[in-house]
Design a binder for this molecule. Structure first.
Ligand code: NAP
Length: 316
């Protein structure tokens, strides 16, 4: 067991972000505190959170508990949070960030991401819906939100900022005006959606990439019975069997070895531990190529409620 969080990737800010993090989406209050504490005990030093996960108070509690136990100091942890869709208006950005910091009992976020390019109705209602039951959108340019996020770095509330779920053409607009570097892009990535073009674009621009839903997000809220099951793919299973590893370990390693950061979610201590053990084995070139060949351009996380928004990023 290492207490260092394993290998790190340097961000444009000079911060060193551990390549493996614990995901916390769908981790329920009542479970997530134990999950984060188990992760820290296993060696994780990177935790991926968000206001939208509605559990940041417990994630923060877990970090604080481990600090109080003397297991870690604040600077050991790399904590990512995300600005929610109802807080895109430039007048809301700082308030939202300060309130999320309060909730997590942190003085700064290591990384703060713009969670989605589209905005929902500005305000304090997390999921604003109209009489028709549909979510109410707002017309706010993500470029204006980004500029407001840059001031969070000026004020020391975040060490770095970045984007999530942004396609290349949206990123280009940010990259034509940004004053603070885009340190990270967080997107879905796994063998069914390897994101070759997007990863290549980010590499050229010096933007690090974090792969989310690396296991195919089997607990995602929206799914149909015809969806493929990534951890049951025959190629993934065959490689796992031949190496004496689990399919989850093969899938996590696939991302890490491509130079991506990766944030598998689990609330199960034995899985949290075995997912961490992806830092100490390697896939061969041939195994990586076999995994690249099962690409289906299949996206597990599509956020259907936001599809009608003009800035919905997954068109076509
Ligand atoms: P995921 O990590 O692909 O899959 C999580 C699921 O896999 C859970 O059901 C978990 O079960 C199970 N699991 C974990 N380890 C396992 C193992 N070793 N063997 C078998 N099953 C295992 O899905 P995700 O939560 O969608 O993505 C990961 C993280 O990325 C999120 O939690 C979040 O932090 C981030 N994310 C960000 C965005 C964004 O818009 N920026 C979107 C999606 C995800 P148990 O928990 O029951 O163990």
């Amino acid at each position: 067991m290492t207490s260092t969080g394993g290998p790190r990737i340097e961000l444009p800010t000079g911060q060193k972000m551990p390549i493996l993090g614990l995901g916390t989406w769908k981790s329920k209050p009542g479970q997530v505190k134990n999950a984060v504490m188990a992760a820290i005990d296993s060696g994780y030093r990177h935790i991926d959170g968000a206001f939208a996960y509605q559990n940041e108070h417990e994630v923060g509690d877990a970090i604080q508990t481990k600090i109080n136990e003397g297991k870690i100091i604040r600077e050991d942890i790399f904590y990512t949070s995300k600005l929610w869709n109802t807080h895109h208006h430039p007048d809301y950005v700082e308030k939202a960030c300060r309130s999320a910091l309060d909730v997590t009992q942190l003085e700064y976020f290591d990384l703060y991401l713009l969670h989605w390019p589209f905005a929902f109705k500005s305000g304090d209602v997390f999921w604003p819906v109209g009489d028709d039951g549909k979510v109410i959108f707002d017309d706010i340019d993500y470029v204006d939100t980004w500029k407001a996020m840059e001031t969070l770095v000026d004020k020391g509330l975040c060490k770095a900022i970045g984007l999530a779920n942004f396609p290349i053409d949206f990123m280009k607009r940010i990259l034509s005006i940004n004053r603070v570097p885009v340190s990270n892009l967080q997107v879905e990535a796994h063998p069914y959606l390897p994101q070759l073009e997007l990863v290549d674009f980010c590499k050229k621009k010096g933007i690090t990439v974090t792969a989310f839903s690396p296991l195919g997000s089997p607990d995602r809220p929206v799914q149909t019975k015809d969806d493929p099951v990534l951890m049951e793919d025959p190629v993934v299973k065959a490689i796992a069997e031949s190496k004496g590893k689990s399919p989850a370990q093969i899938l996590i390693r696939f991302n890490l070895q491509r130079g991506l950061l990766c944030t598998p979610k689990s609330v199960t201590p034995s899985r949290i531990q075995s997912n961490y053990e992806t830092l100490d084995f390697e896939l061969t070139e041939s195994e990586l190529n076999q995994l690249l060949q099962i690409n289906r351009n299949f996206r597990f996380v599509t956020f259907p409620a936001s599809k009608p928004h003009p800035l919905y990023p997954f068109k076509g």
